[in-house]
Design a protein around this ligand. Sequence first.
Ligand code: GDP
Ligand code: IMO
Ligand code: MG
Length: 420
Amino acid sequence: MIDVILGLQWGDEGKGKIVDYFAPNYDIIARFQGGPNAGHTLYVDGQKIVLHQIPSGVFHNHTTNLIGSGVVLDAVTLKRECESVAKFGADVRKNMFISKRTHLILPTHRALDKASELQKGDGKIGSTLKGIGPAYMDKTGRNGLRVGDLLDKNFTTNYIKLRLKHQRLLDNHNFNEDITAWEEEFFEAVEFLRSLNIVDGEYFINEKIRAGKKVLAEGAQGSMLDIDFGTFPFVTSSNTITAGVMSGLGVAPQLVRDVIGITKAYCTRVGGGPFPTELHDATGEELRKAGNEFGATTGRPRRCGWIDLVALNYACMINGVTKVVMTKADVLDKFTPLQVCTAYNVNGVETDHIPFDICKANIEPVLQSFPGWNTDTTVCKTENDLPETMRTYIQFINERIGAPVKWVSNGPGRDQIVPL
Ligand code: GDP
Ligand code: IMO
Ligand code: MG
């Protein structure tokens, strides 16, 4: 069987921490999409670590970690990450496997990402500039190179051919930054990548499942950044939703058991695009401060706002969410009253649906007020320790999103989570 953990908002919901928390119950942790645009923060022995491409189960000795076919992989970032997790005793040569079908991010993909964003000007996506969009374009455009191609003696020739194609595109963009240094790093990292465990990911995982092993699929980004169902075009280039697990790992849908959706107790977004509950005032600033809302990958300040039940309900529907984890509940400890968005007012008409033209529509959130708890919840261990006002807040959310909050995360630490 496979359980899934994925983000229900615009990313950074705390997936890394939650995957690390659940990892002891699983044999395999598998990333199924995205790439180094992700930044998943974990605390191991009190020390902060941010993972971009390595699955968040890497610090548990008994788990096997798989980078699935749906991921786009940057060899340079991976090499760096492998070196940094080794310092914490994780041995990727023993417990990490990479699918041959995983597409490679090339230095020119990163250059193309930058060139494309520059050309968009004010309409830019706010990409992490890791080359994600161009790498997925080469996958769907049937040009890309895959991890399995590294084992082919013609790899360098094929690389040069693709690079020439990219150069023509870069010339069209008038982009002439020198990428020689990136390329040198890339070829060094490719050598390293060849020395890792490269497998037929789809056989690898299905054989393990048949042998009774339990899989946890780890999502990156969030449902509202999904290429098909997110706030297009302000999205990432992969399927971040449950459907991406099947295509990204090569597994059948009937194997999926629980879909565990992660939401913050409020909401954030980094990069451009619509964010109906965004706060542009002092409260937004206070949320950013209290939640330390700065990007784990780019360091950019995250936009902050109230929890959006229209978007959450939508995400639960698209993903088939069975259980929810509410993270960063402690960040709201000092905020009162709290606001919850229950509907959108779109050009004067109230709706509880995500509008197709969310990027253009004039949206006012319909807010319902709740009393805050004004209590330090970071010390809570059991449901009974949680303030009554927090339980009322959660109960209301449960009713509106059609899936129950089963855990409340009340701090970044491994043990700061309260089951309900
Ligand atoms: P991810 O991308 O979904 O894994 O999330 P990020 O790691 O980008 O961002 C989540 C941030 O919130 C990290 O800095 C975590 O350490 C932190 N975090 C996670 N859960 C909690 C929580 O319950 N309370 C607080 N205060 N911080 C948390
Ligand atoms: P995790 O896994 C938050 C956002 C970028 C940008 C848009 C497209 O840590 O939750 P891309 O680099 O994919 O071309 O960027 O998506 N974005 C994320 N926002 N968390 C992430 O990952 C993100 N990955 C991409 O900011 O708006
Ligand atoms: Mg993140």
